[in-house]
Design a protein around this ligand. Structure first.
Ligand SMILES: [Zn+2]
Length: 172
């Protein structure tokens, strides 16, 4: 266990910071609870036969990536939807457009629709993976029921298929 400079720090902290200190205490209690839960998860999650079990740190890392992805795709989706709103609103006053303008606008709209659809799909995948992680059912191939494998999940945390099933699907 490494020693933290917390004691030294709090000694020099002015008494006005008591509220902050209490908040920190509550936060660390939550972390302790989630750590116990994560330890349990580490024992529950399945891996391939030749892989070592998940460690608490590895689970934390994957959860962090999923949370980041969820945040990123939420922003992406919002931006694309806002952009689409603007395009749709602008299409109302396009009476003077020539054909090239109208074509460009249609292409732009199609592009934003596909950006939004991709962002939504990725967002749902990441949210689904996070739910499964918390439920302890994370990392099972949705097609064949075998473990997806820790290595693959670390590279692609929101994978829902094992490598074999993914390759089969990609070929279709
Ligand atoms: Zn599979």
């Amino acid at each position: 266990m490494k020693t933290t400079p917390a004691a030294t720090k709090s000694a020099s902290t002015p008494p006005a910071k008591t509220a902050t200190k209490t908040a920190t205490k509550t936060a660390s209690r939550t972390t302790a609870t989630s750590r116990a839960r994560t330890t349990k998860l580490a024992e529950t999650l399945r891996v391939k036969d030749d892989e070592s079990p998940w460690s608490v740190e590895e689970i934390k890392e994957v959860r962090g990536i999923l949370l980041d992805e969820i945040e990123t795709h939420r922003v992406e989706l919002k931006l694309a939807e806002d952009e689409l709103d603007d395009l749709l609103r602008a299409s109302g006053d396009g009476a003077g457009d020539d054909q090239a303008d109208a074509g460009a606008k249609t292409a732009e709209r199609a592009h934003e629709i596909s950006v939004a659809a991709n962002a939504r799909a990725s967002l749902l995948q990441a949210e689904h993976a996070l739910e499964q992680l918390d439920a302890g059912t994370y990392g099972i191939c949705e097609n064949c029921g075998n473990p997806i494998g820790k290595l693959r999940l670390q590279a692609r945390p929101r994978a829902t298929l094992c490598m074999t099933c993914q390759e089969k699907q990609d070929r279709h």
